[in-house]
Write a protein that binds this ligand. Sequence first.
Ligand SMILES: Cc1cc2nc3c(=O)[nH]c(=O)nc-3n(C[C@H](O)[C@H](O)[C@H](O)COP(=O)(O)OP(=O)(O)OC[C@H]3O[C@@H](n4cnc5c(N)ncnc54)[C@H](O)[C@@H]3O)c2cc1C
Length: 558
Amino acid sequence: MGHDVDVLVIGAGPVGLTLANALRLLSLQVRVVDKATGENREPRADVIFPRAGEALGSLGVGEAIQNSSYQMKGADFYGSGRHLGRFEVGRFSSRYPTAMTIEQHDIERLLAEELARRGGGVEWRTRVTGLRDQADGVEVTLRLRNGGTEVTSAAWVVACDGIRSSVREWLGIPFEGGQRANMQVIQGNVAPSWSLRDEPGRGYFFLAPYRSVIAFPTPACGYRVFCVRDDPDPGRTDPPTVDELRDLIAETSGIPDLGFTLTEPVWLSRARFADRIAAKLRSGRVLLAGDAAHSWAPIGGHGMNVGMLGAHNLAWKLAAVHRGHATDALLESYDIEQRALAHDVIRDMKHNIMEALLPPFLHRARSAFLRISMSMESVQRRIEWMMSDFGRNHRASPLSWHRTQRFGHGLRAGDRVPNIAVIPSAVSVGGGPRAAADEGARPLAVADGRRPVGLHQLLRYDRWTLLLATARAETATLSTLRTVCEDFAVPVEIAPVTVAEPEKGRQLGRAGEFTLVRPDGYVGLVASVDQPEVLHDYLASFSRPRPDAGECTAEQCG
Ligand SMILES: Cc1cc2nc3c(=O)[nH]c(=O)nc-3n(C[C@H](O)[C@H](O)[C@H](O)COP(=O)(O)OP(=O)(O)OC[C@H]3O[C@@H](n4cnc5c(N)ncnc54)[C@H](O)[C@@H]3O)c2cc1C
């Protein structure tokens, strides 16, 4: 069956737009439709954490977002009006080392602008009213902005249609989980008058019995305030008043004479949340992503971030399967990895101190604990690591093979590859057919053979990268690994490197190992250079053979 388009993306929220950009970067034909008007989008989420920043960076839109946001510097903690400690950030090596504060409607605008540069666009006021999943494509019915109806076909459909996803419902996929009891979240954009220091990137965390407030400056003006409180009247759904918001912040922060004005865009929201994950993220040729796939209380600010990471996980897999470079096994790993990630986030968010609505005596104990622990560098480091999402991994994925002895806290298959400084070798060996990168794809990092670069500069979203420390790479080894890679349709680039800081060399594995990095920057395989058959078996587990390559057995390749 011929299709009108390769992928139809339903929903132009942050996740649909991230996905569309990633698919366009991989040169797929993409159509994005959204039932909304495209005007007055809600500010909602307002932070991009470092790992999502890296993901957006690999799609070519990270810098634009960075330039339009505040870089988080840190925050002060207060308990019942008393200063408990100061949290500082910026400990980890990354092109996006700190969280970026920017509101959701601005993120969406920048993503849509990038999509337009890649030849894509959003069809607003276009509602999907039904779909029929067939063996070789999906028939989709659209209600167009002029009131007419269109029936179109797509090879794949990705539903990024939000928490109340109609697609999820039509497919009969249960949204498993439950409502958060006794918790409501009240948000607004305000310019406060207080004696606290106002500095871009520096925010405040206020804690009190049964209350917490997060306040971070936004580039638009003023602060986004995010109040979590108990929920004595769960039936109440009216938007909060200015007085209600003011009293809540004043009471929690211990600043009784607090005053503020509302800032643009005026947004006062009262919301309650549920922790839910779809029972599966794929049904035939239809996939779920973003809030349609999972949702939870966004107090840690990870709802949008995890959705974007899911889109980043999905696009390269979908493109490889669509092109016939990979088998269904690759696409199945999206469901496994993303659902596991959502489970982990929901578990972690329940331990988030800002979500814990504590009675007075437990609140006092928490304040005492924070006063001591915030002065400890190890605690600060741990909090920053958790917030960054750098530690989130796919170790339990079938796509993560660790075939050498593991040691201590070293790099494992499934981990995000660290951005350590390396000196790329002049030799760089490409295997497999090149993905047709369009004009927007980042060029290969050009090394002059002497200057160290961040390892992430060698990674690219349209191919795998096999990293090998040059000291361990004899010409014969390189040639054998290259021969293995050339037998497969998925593109692999072999990148011999010298670790610039020897004390960090172990982060790239031990002597005699190589590390195969996925297009989305996670380690797929760690194995010994003496076992090229392991590389063969790994690639054979999801990649199709290269059309012009005779199938080789493990022995031949070894
Ligand atoms: C009140 C509130 C406050 C929040 N605050 C935060 C926060 O502080 N931090 C944080 O990280 N997250 C926050 N979130 C969550 C965050 O906004 C979401 O995680 C994020 O928007 C998910 O993006 P998405 O693209 O998956 O879905 P959405 O942004 O919901 O986009 C879905 C899109 O699909 C379109 N659509 C739906 N059905 C159809 C159809 N049939 N046909 C065509 N189009 C359709 C909709 O019009 C919409 O534009 C908040 C959410 C809410 C509701």
